[in-house]
Design a protein around this ligand. Structure first.
Ligand code: GDP
Length: 679
C-alpha cells in the first residue's frame, strides 16, 4: 500500500440510528471509490465492516469497524460506528478520532433517537458534520419529510446541497443545487461503481429546486454574519462566495450540508465520496489534541514532524488473529519495531509489524503518519484509551470520565469446568470492551456483569461461549437486603464449659439501640470495676461483629446498631478471648431476638434524562416503582433530567422499560444511596 501524507488523509465516521444503512453505505462508498469490487450484503453477512458472528446473526453493527478507501490520491478512513444505544462507547471513541461525522438518516424513518445522540455527541466536540438522507430507493422513502425533520431538529445551518430525482424504486439520480445540474445513474452493474451522466435539470423539478435552493442559501449564510446581513437585505449571494462559505462553515462545525443517496443502489454515493474529500478537513487542519503531562495540559498538533504519539481507540480480539489494537497516530511518523511507553502502565511496548485494518482483514504498511490509523499486534498490556508515547515524554490523551454501566445482570457458570474458566475469560472481554464491568458480589455470592443494555449483555454472553467456550446461565439479580433492630433491648448471656481440664467461661451483658440509616455500627465499653478485664473487650466486639455479619432472623447482615457492653463476669483460669468472643455473639443474637428486627432494602439515586414529552410518563412510572422524585431540571436541547430515590429492587429491568417508554431516547444512571425500611 502506498504511503500517504497527513494533508491527504480524511477521517470520517458514519454515525446515526441502527438500521439507517451505515454499514451498507460504507460498503457502497468502497465500491464507488474503486476500493472494493463488489458490495457485500448485510443479510448474507458478507460486508467488510460487520464481520463478528454476533453482528452477522443480528444484522446489527456491534463494534466499531474501519475501512480505508482511496479517492485519487486521498485516503479516506471510514469508521462504521454501531448505532445501537448499547454500543455508545464506540460512538465516543470514533468521534474523538475523526475530523468529520456523516450523520446517516433513513429517508423512511427520519431523525431517530440515536441520530440525535450522534448529533449531540458530535456537536459537543464541535465536529464538522454532513447529513446524508439515505435509503431513498425504499418504499415510503420521503425526502421532503426527512429534510423537514432534519431542519426542525438540527436547526440553522442545515444546508441541502442536493435534491433527489425520482422516488422510491424510481430514485435514479440527484440534482446539484450549486451547479444546477442533474446526475442520473445507469442500471446497477454486476461489479464496480454505477455509471452516471450529468445534464440539465428536468423541467418538472424546477419548482422544488427553487424551494430547496433557498434553504441551501439560508443554511450557508447562517455561518457568516456578513453574508447573513446581505442575504436579509435581499441581495443574491454569488455562487463562489456561497461555496467558500460552505467550506469554512463546515470546518467550523456551523454549516451542515445535506446529501441524497441510496447505499444499497449506489445512487449518489460517488458524489458523497468526493464531497467527503472536499469538505472534511485533513487532520492537520483540525485543532490540536489536548494531552495531560502530570498536572499540566498540553496541546499536540497533528504534525508528522512531531514526536511519535499513538492513542489506542479499540482492541479487537479474535480467536484466529489474536488481539489487534487499532490506534490513531496523533503526531510523528510511526516506524515498525519502534519502542514506545504505555503512559498508563509505564511499560515499554514494541510495535513490531505495522498493519492497516479493513474490517477484519489486515495488510502490512511500511509506516504510519500523523493523522492516520494503524493496527498493532502483540502489544502486551495495552487497552483501549491508552496512550503510547516516547520514553521521557509521559503524556496521555485527556479523556472524559465514563459512567459505570447502567445495567447489572447476574450469571452463573453452567458447569464446574465453566466455573474455572469464567473469571479469566471475563477479564479478557473487559480488556477489549470498556463498556463491560465484572464484579463478584460477596454478599449475594453472584457474579455480576455491568453492561450498557440488554443487547450488550446478550452479545457478551455469546462472545464468552464462542471465544472462550464458557457457558453461563443468567439468574435474577439478587438484591442485597440488610436488617436492623426495631427497638432498644438489653440481654446477658453466659458461655460456659467447665467439665474437666481447661474450661471456657464468659458472661457478657449488652445494650443495643437503633442508629440512624447509614450510621453502621458503634461499640461502647461501659464496663466498670474490672467485671470484664480490658483485654477481653476487643473479643466481645469481634463476637458482636461476626454475629451481625452472619445475619439476623431474616438472614441478612445487621446494620445501624449501637452496642454497649456494660457488665459481665470472668473466671481467672477458664476465661479467654475465645470464650468472650462467643459470649459476645450469643448476647448480640439474644438482644436481636428481644429487640425485634426489620428488613432494610437498598435505595438507589437515579438520574433519568428523557425528552420533555416523555417526562410525565417517566415520572408516573417512577412513582409506580415506589420512587421519590427529588427534582427535575432542564438538560441539553429538549431533554429533562429527573433525580429520584428508587428502591434498587425496582430497577432490575429499568433499562429495558425506560427504553420502551421513551422510544430509546431515555438514559439513566443509578448509584447506591442508602438503606431504608421495606414498607
Ligand atoms: P446500519 O445498522 O446503519 O449499519 O444499517 P445496515 O447497513 O445494516 O442496513 C440495515 C438494513 O437496511 C439492511 O437490511 C440493509 O440491506 C438495508 N439498507 C441499507 N441501506 C439501504 C438502502 O439504501 N436502501 C434500501 N432499500 N435498503 C437499505
Amino acid at each position: 500500500m502506498s504511503n500517504v501524507s497527513t494533508s491527504n488523509i480524511r477521517n470520517v465516521a458514519l454515525v446515526g440510528h441502527h438500521g439507517a444503512g451505515k454499514t451498507t453505505l460504507a460498503e457502497s462508498l468502497l465500491v464507488a471509490s474503486g476500493s472494493l469490487e463488489r458490495a457485500g450484503s448485510i443479510e448474507r453477512g458478507s460486508t467488510v465492516c460487520d464481520f463478528e458472528p454476533e453482528e452477522i446473526s443480528r444484522q446489527l453493527s456491534i463494534s466499531l469497524a474501519i475501512a480505508p478507501m482511496w479517492v485519487d490520491e486521498v485516503k479516506v478512513n471510514l469508521l462504521d460506528v454501531p448505532g445501537y444505544a448499547d454500543f455508545a462507547v464506540d460512538l465516543g471513541e470514533a468521534l474523538a478520532a475523526v475530523d468529520l461525522a456523516v450523520i446517516v438518516v433513513s429517508a423512511t424513518d427520519g431523525v431517530q433517537a440515536q441520530t440525535e445522540d450522534a448529533w449531540r455527541a458530535a456537536a459537543e466536540l464541535g465536529l464538522p458534520r454532513v447529513v446524508v438522507i439515505n435509503k431513498l430507493d425504499r418504499e415510503r422513502a420521503d425526502f421532503d419529510r426527512a429534510l423537514a425533520d432534519i431542519r426542525s431538529r438540527f436547526g440553522a445551518g442545515v444546508a441541502p446541497v442536493e435534491l433527489p430525482i425520482g422516488s422510491e424504486q424510481g430514485f435514479c439520480g440527484v440534482i446539484d443545487l450549486f451547479d444546477d445540474t442533474a446526475t442520473t445513474y445507469g442500471p446497477p452493474p454486476a461489479s464496480g461503481p454505477r455509471s452516471a451522466t450529468t445534464g440539465p435539470i428536468p423541467e418538472d423539478l424546477a419548482a422544488s429546486e427553487h424551494v430547496v435552493h433557498e434553504q441551501l442559501v439560508e443554511g450557508i449564510v447562517v455561518g457568516d454574519d456578513e453574508l447573513t446581513a446581505r442575504y436579509l437585505d435581499g441581495e443574491t449571494i454569488p455562487r463562489h462566495e456561497l461555496e467558500e462559505s460552505l467550506a469554512s462553515g463546515v470546518a467550523a462545525g456551523a454549516v451542515f450540508p445535506v446529501l441524497c443517496c441510496s447505499g444499497l443502489s449506489g445512487v449518489g454515493v460517488d458524489r458523497l465520496a468526493r464531497l467527503l474529500v472536499e469538505l472534511c478537513p485533513s487532520p492537520d487542519r483540525r485543532p490540536p489534541v489536548t494531552v495531560t503531562a502530570g498536572d499540566t495540559l498540553q496541546e499536540v498538533p497533528c504534525d508528522p514532524g512531531g514526536q511519535p504519539l499513538l492513542a489506542v481507540c479499540k482492541v479487537l480480539a479474535d480467536q484466529h488473529t489474536g488481539r489487534i489494537a487499532l490506534a490513531k497516530v496523533l503526531s510523528g511518523v510511526i516506524q515498525p519495531d519502534e519502542v514506545l511507553v504505555n503512559t498508563r502502565t509505564r511499560a515499554d511496548e514494541r510495535l513490531h509489524l505495522l498493519e492497516q485494518l479493513r474490517g477484519k482483514e489486515v495488510s502490512p504498511v511500511s509506516e504510519a503518519v500523523a493523522g492516520d490509523f494503524v493496527a498493532l499486534r502483540r502489544l502486551n498490556g495495552t487497552l483501549p484509551g491508552d496512550t503510547l508515547a516516547p520514553k521521557g515524554m509521559p503524556v496521555a490523551v485527556a479523556r472524559p470520565g465514563t459512567d459505570p454501566p447502567p445495567l447489572s445482570i447476574a450469571i452463573r457458570p453452567a458447569s464446574h469446568t465453566d466455573e474455572d474458566k469464567l473469571m479469566s475469560a471475563l477479564q479478557r472481554l473487559c480488556e477489549e470492551d470498556p463498556a463491560l464491568a465484572v464484579r463478584r458480589d460477596d454478599e449475594t455470592h453472584q457474579t455480576v456483569l455491568g453492561v450498557s443494555g440488554e443487547v450488550h449483555g446478550a452479545v457478551t454472553l455469546e462472545r464468552l461461549a464462542r471465544r472462550y467456550h464458557v457457558t453461563v446461565e443468567r439468574e435474577d439479580l439478587a438484591v442485597a437486603y440488610r436488617e436492623t433492630i426495631a427497638s432498644p433491648a438489653e440481654t446477658q448471656e453466659t458461655y460456659k464449659k467447665q467439665t474437666g481440664g481447661h474450661g471456657q467461661y464468659a458472661v457478657v451483658r449488652l445494650r443495643v439501640e437503633p442508629l440512624g440509616r447509614g450510621e453502621g455500627f458503634t461499640f461502647h465499653d461501659e464496663v466498670v470495676g474490672g467485671a470484664i478485664p480490658r483485654q477481653y473487650l476487643p473479643a466481645v466486639e469481634k463476637g458482636v461483629r461476626e454475629a451481625m455479619a452472619h445475619g439476623g432472623p431474616h438472614g441478612y447482615p445487621v446494620v445501624d446498631v449501637a452496642v454497649t457492653c456494660d457488665d459481665g463476669k470472668h473466671h481467672p483460669v477458664d476465661s479467654s478471648e475465645m470464650s468472650f468472643k462467643t459470649a459476645g455473639s450469643l448476647a448480640f443474637n439474644a438482644a436481636l431476638r428481644k429487640a425485634g428486627s426489620v428488613v432494610l432494602e437498598p435505595i438507589s439515586r437515579v438520574e433519568v434524562t428523557v425528552p420533555g414529552e416523555a417526562q410525565g410518563e417517566v415520572l408516573g412510572d417512577l412513582h409506580a416503582r415506589r420512587g421519590r422524585v427529588q427534582g427535575t431540571q432542564g438538560a441539553a436541547g429538549d431533554l429533562q433530567t429527573i433525580v429520584a430515590l428508587v428502591p434498587t429492587a425496582e430497577l432490575v429491568r429499568y433499562a429495558a422499560d425506560l427504553r420502551a417508554i421513551t422510544g430509546g431516547r431515555g438514559r439513566f444512571r443509578a448509584t447506591h444511596d442508602h438503606y431504608d425500611v421495606v414498607p
